[in-house]
Design a protein around this ligand. Structure first.
Ligand SMILES: Cc1cc2nc3c(=O)[nH]c(=O)nc-3n(C[C@H](O)[C@H](O)[C@H](O)COP(=O)(O)OP(=O)(O)OC[C@H]3O[C@@H](n4cnc5c(N)ncnc54)[C@H](O)[C@@H]3O)c2cc1C
Ligand code: FES
Length: 333
């Protein structure tokens, strides 16, 4: 019997649109999608960040190398896959957590931006403010890729500002030896950059259920955008924000966060510090605090920060009885 040389691959998007591709066996899924005019959401493109995570709903694929902290055995058993490292070996169908319009639209030309401020705001953390010509529309929690003009370095950063303004704010940790970090350390007002359009499925869902936000380090950035947006909306539900930092000096935007707590009914904030915790702060990790919260089983969890923190948060949320599907993750790799 002749084995088939091509197989059908069905891509299902969050808006209900599906695309059926005929793919030669052995092709990387991303290449097959690109060949069909689809741009699947990716960031690292090598199985290290989890940005591309999708759900296999039927059939099978082979996964090339990936970080097992990003896609655990339990994730795989539940059907999660990383399309950036998927090789098509059999007929399959895969669900993506974003609309088909995001995959089908051509990437628009980069948006020119100018540095208007760059300053150190906490230990190892810089605040970068950029001016663009038009207001940028996005969902609170999304990110853009930033590339200094004349450089090949392009990295993803979450916006901390509210949507619909032309001044964008970022909080960026200086990573020793990091390429973008080195550029940022020497950046000045007036420097020119290029931005991608906003991306990402880690955004604030408009729903009535309670929310748990867990931020590690600069992982607070997308939550600042969400909370700033929530401050102008009528309160709907209880929101708990757990903030983790290495030392008190690594905390950022605390004054504004306490003002937001006063403005947003039902917002509670707790802080965990690894070394040198002050009175009123937990000593240890933000994710340690999850088990002590009286969480409603309908809580939607948002985790953002370094991959080990995100993984610890997922485990703690599951131990607290929350569903894996109700946990949204953004890993700052
Ligand atoms: C969706 C998303 C949103 C993000 N948002 C934010 C945000 O809001 N704020 C934030 O701070 N970060 C964010 N990040 C992380 C950010 O994109 C970068 O990964 C981070 O800033 C490091 O970039 P870099 O160029 O400075 O480091 P890289 O050059 O990418 O280096 C990363 C690591 O590799 C090491 N390294 C580099 N070169 C070498 C070498 N030659 N040999 C050995 N080791 C080496 C570095 O020391 C460093 O530890 C986000 C990531 C994602 C995926
Ligand atoms: S884009 Fe697939 S894991 Fe990073």
């Amino acid at each position: 019997m002749m084995l088939p040389s091509t197989v059908p691959v069905t891509l299902l998007f969050a808006d209900g649109v599906s695309q059926r591709l005929t793919v030669p066996i052995g092709t990387m899924l991303i290449e097959a999608a690109t060949g069909a005019g689809l741009t699947l959401l990716t960031d690292c493109a090598n199985g290290k960040c989890g940005t591309c995570t999708a759900q296999l709903v039927s059939g099978s694929v082979d996964l090339e190398d990936f970080d097992s902290a990003v896609l655990t055995d339990a994730d795989r058993a539940g059907g999660a896959v990383l399309p950036c490292v998927c090789r098509v070996t059999a007929a399959c169908a895969m669900e993506f957590p974003y609309d088909s319009s995001e995959a089908m639209s051509e990437e628009p030309p980069p948006l020119p931006a100018t540095v208007t401020a760059v300053e150190q705001v906490a230990t190892e953390i810089m605040r970068l403010e950029l001016q663009v010509s038009d207001d940028v529309i996005f969902e609170p929690g999304q990110y853009v890729r930033i590339r200094p003009v004349g450089s090949k370095i392009s990295r993803s950063y979450s916006m901390a500002n509210v949507p619909g303004v032309n001044r964008l704010e970022f909080f960026i940790r200086l990573v020793p030896g990091g390429e973008f970090s080195q550029w940022l350390g020497a950046a000045r007002a007036g420097d020119l950059l290029e931005l991608s359009t906003p991306h990402g499925s880690f955004f604030l869902r408009d729903e009535d259920r309670p929310r748990l936000f867990v931020a590690g380090g600069t992982g607070i950035a997308p939550f600042l955008s969400m909370l700033r947006a929530m401050a102008s909306q009528p309160p709907k539900q209880r929101t708990t924000l757990l903030i983790g930092a290495r030392t008190p000096g690594h905390l950022l935007a605390m004054k504004e966060l306490s003002e937001l707590r006063a403005k947003i009914t039902g917002l509670a904030i707790e802080v965990a510090i690894e070394q040198g915790a002050e009175t009123g702060c937990h000593t240890g990790y933000a994710t340690d605090l999850i088990h002590s919260l009286d969480l409603d089983s309908a809580t939607r969890v948002y985790l953002c920060g370094p991959p080990p923190m995100v993984e610890a948060g997922r485990k703690a949320a599951e131990s607290a009885g929350l569903k894996r599907a109700d946990v949204l993750c953004e890993r700052f790799t």
